[in-house]
Ligand binder design. Structure first.
Ligand SMILES: CC(C)(COP(=O)(O)OP(=O)(O)OC[C@H]1O[C@@H](n2cnc3c(N)ncnc32)[C@H](O)[C@@H]1OP(=O)(O)O)[C@@H](O)C(=O)NCCC(=O)NCCS
Length: 156
């Protein structure tokens, strides 16, 4: 695809919350997190990975994963591709980047989606995630969610 540059971070950098919030603001209608909320996310979670792709110094896609080492469970927190770059494989790349990392640290990888988010549901299904729980009101009143799970079969 285009000439994109991949970045990954597992150590906090003060530019991360702004970068993630900027992409969220463009990609999400209702689930966007503000800069302060991303700062709180990094305060709260001990183990996390951020992957993002840049084109001409502009972040165009980003995803986040956190995990519990003792439970060996990784959780896909967020993934977003700017609309003009969607359906070109970046969503799959962001997933691959996190899965290859998660395979070394987790036996199970989980994610929540809205019930009507066709794009991410297709992406997870294609990558062998199974819907394991229907969660009423997960995103607020009458905004149900689905919990997805993938067993890595890794060392664990
Ligand atoms: C979900 C998202 C990250 C996918 O990114 P993407 O770069 O478009 O995904 P890819 O191009 O890698 O496509 C991966 C697969 O999903 C499918 N897909 C992507 N968008 C789709 C859509 N709107 N409808 C149906 N399928 C779609 C693709 O067809 C592809 O499968 P295929 O190769 O068999 O055709 C992107 O749609 C997005 O940023 N959405 C808004 C934010 C969001 O909802 N994030 C998920 C929160 S849980």
């Amino acid at each position: 695809m285009m000439n994109v540059i991949k970045h990954t971070a597992t150590e906090y950098d003060s530019s991360l919350p702004k970068m993630l919030a900027t992409i969220d603001a463009i990609c999400f209608d209702t689930d966007k997190m503000q800069e302060e909320e991303w700062t709180a996310f990094f305060d709260k979670h001990k183990s996390w990975l951020v992957v993002w792709y840049e084109l001409e110094n502009r972040p165009i896609a980003a995803a986040v994963m956190c995990w519990s080492s003792h439970a060996q469970i990784a959780y896909l927190d967020s993934s977003a591709v700017l609309p003009e770059y969607q359906k070109q494989g970046l969503g799959q790349l962001l997933l691959d980047d996190r899965l290859s990392y998660a395979f070394d640290i987790a036996t199970v990888i989980q994610a929540h989606t809205r019930t009507d988010n066709t794009a991410v549901i297709k992406l997870l299904s294609k990558n062998n995630f199974k819907p394991i729980q229907y969660v009423p009101d997960f995103y607020g009143s009458e905004e149900d969610g689905i919990l997805w799970s993938l067993r890595t079969g890794c060392r664990g």
